[in-house]
Design a protein around this ligand. Structure first.
Ligand code: UDX
Ligand code: ADP
Length: 482
């Protein structure tokens, strides 16, 4: 079966880039990405491709190449469903904020709505592809809705989890480590559907990298991959705290263990804590599923990864308060970075949100600079926590367009995202315009500590002993003073 028409429901961080690349690599397939969010679709259709709603290196160029040729963005969901032979579901599946499973289970409301909409509209057989990260056995729930409410047409459900990481999405899509497709290999229709999706990817991915499994293995593999990755970050973050107490250097430890080929060097960077839309949500999902089967030890084991991450964010903020003589009340603190990692404008679960909230509770005055995140997003993130009313958030926290404005007259700077541009700043200039002692908290270990100490900064980095202003600098400042 050769697919000619694809529809993707959900034009977000997963659906948008993935469909752009599928369209780029399959010019003969018409790909329509639909969303109920009119502004988002309008932004995807903006004449200037630099204004698309997602900042992702390389994405604008791919959109420029395929949009209008075989890639379309639309709000006409029914029409796109009707026309497509293959429908990707790529809608949001956040953690439930109410009822059973609150704070743990994925909220499948949007997935269910999609399924009901597909069932209502479809008049011909369709292949449904789960792209959003979902709890194991969601495919079964989807199938049940589709088969029981549909117009008698046949639906094949495939699981095709996305492994792209934001910030490197286009590269990850162009050169994936593997493509995973879960389908029903016990039926002829299941095999045909799986092969149809394999063919879409085979346009640019070599076949040995395309794995086919049963649906549940595919669904659970996605959760497992994210849990393992997050666990590595929590593991190195746990060691970072021990380093700060023992004089060991967490960067040296990462290097030493990363050279062990069994461990490998990736995902060993100690940080202020992991964020992003997937890690926490997927682990909570795993915990919830394990608990629902009565597997309490399995649940507790994975929950510890989240507990460690929460601890890391909190202790970073606590350390700022302690170092600033136990009070930040009325003190200006500049936060450099709000995105959950560099090269994205996504802020979901970003450590910056929690650090800012903690410092605001301590009555700090915060000024934020992020090269790609808009002020309205920063305020929306804070308002969502509900710690104080929106007016207070806007009074206590300001968002500025220039890093130097953020740092001027600040008591302290905290680096919360590892944006490359931070490394290139004129730190001498920044030091000169700050209040003294000039404190710097590097939550990503990206800045040159020696250089900063020589300039006069008192620097605190994750997993390293605090460095005071260098002796040479102290001597020079004494000499100048004397
Ligand atoms: C993750 C998975 O990597 C990806 O395969 C999946 O499809 C979606 O979830 P993403 O959340 O986009 O991707 O980013 P990732 O690069 O995994 O980083 C997640 C968080 O961990 C970020 O906050 C990042 O800064 C942090 N991190 C990562 C560290 O603190 N240290 C590291 O060594 C690596
Ligand atoms: P992800 O990171 O998983 O891509 P996003 O929140 O960025 O998540 O994107 C999900 C998109 O799905 C949102 O733009 C949202 O408006 C869209 N969406 C949710 N439910 C539906 C639906 N029933 N029909 C169409 N689009 C939907």
């Amino acid at each position: 079966m050769k697919i000619k028409n694809i529809c993707c429901i959900g034009a977000g961080y997963v659906g948008g880039p993935t469909m752009a690349v599928i369209a780029q690599k399959n010019p003969e397939i018409k790909v329509t990405v639909v969303d109920i969010n009119k502004e988002r679709i309008a932004a995807w259709n903006d004449e200037n491709v630099e204004n698309i709603p997602i900042y992702e290196p390389g994405l604008s160029a791919v959109v420029a190449e395929a949009r209008g040729r075989n890639l379309f963005f639309s709000t006409e969901v029914d029409k796109a469903i009707d026309e497509a032979e293959m429908i990707f579901i790529s809608v949001n599946t956040p953690t439930k904020t109410y009822g059973i499973g609150k704070g743990m289970a994925a909220d499948l409301k949007w997935i269910e709505l999609c399924a009901r909409q597909i069932a209502r509209v479809a008049k011909e057989d369709k292949i449904i592809v789960e792209k959003s990260t979902l709890p194991v056995r969601t495919a079964e729930a989807l199938k049940s809705i589709l088969d029981n409410t549909g117009n008698g047409v046949n639906f094949q459900i495939l699981s095709n989890p996305e492994f792209l990481a934001e910030g490197t999405a286009i590269d990850d899509l162009h050169n994936p480590d593997r493509i995973l497709i879960g389908g029903d290999s016990s039926s002829k229709a299941g095999k045909i559907a799986t092969q149809a999706l394999v063919d879409v990817y085979a346009s640019w991915v070599s076949e040995e990298k395309i794995l086919t499994t049963n649906v549940w293995s595919s669904e659970l593999s996605k959760l497992t991959a994210n849990a393992f990755l997050a666990q590595r970050v929590s593991s190195i973050n746990a060691m970072s705290e021990l380093c700060e107490h023992t004089g060991a250097d967490v960067n040296e430890i990462s290097r030493a263990i990363g050279m062990d080929s069994r461990i490998g060097p990736k995902f060993l960077k100690a940080s202020v804590g992991f964020g992003g839309s997937c890690f926490q949500k997927d682990i909570l999902n795993l915990v919830y599923i394990a608990k629902s089967f009565g597997l309490n030890e399995v649940a507790d084991y994975w929950e510890q990864v989240i507990i460690m991450n929460d601890h890391q964010k909190r202790r970073f903020a606590e350390n700022i308060v302690k170092t600033l003589f136990n009070t930040v009340s009325g003190k200006k603190i500049a936060l450099l970075g709000w995105a959950f990692k560099k090269d994205t404008n996504d802020t979901r679960e970003s450590a910056a949100i929690y650090v800012a909230d903690y410092l605001l509770n301590e009555r700090a005055e915060i000024v934020v600079y992020d090269p790609k995140v808009k002020a309205e997003q920063i305020y929306a993130d804070l308002d969502y926590l509900g710690s104080r009313n929106p007016e207070e958030n806007r009074n206590l926290l300001k968002v500025v367009e220039k890093p130097y404005t953020a740092c001027k007259d600040a008591h302290a700077i905290a680096v919360l995202t590892e944006w490359d541009e931070f490394k290139a700043y004129d730190w001498e200039n920044i030091y000169n315009c700050m209040l003294k002692p000039a404190f710097l908290f590097d939550g990503r270990n990206i800045l040159d500590r020696k250089k900063l100490a020589n300039l006069g900064f008192a620097t605190n980095s994750i997993g390293l002993p605090a460095v005071q202003m260098s002796k040479e600098k102290k001597l020079t400042s004494l000499a100048t003073a004397g």
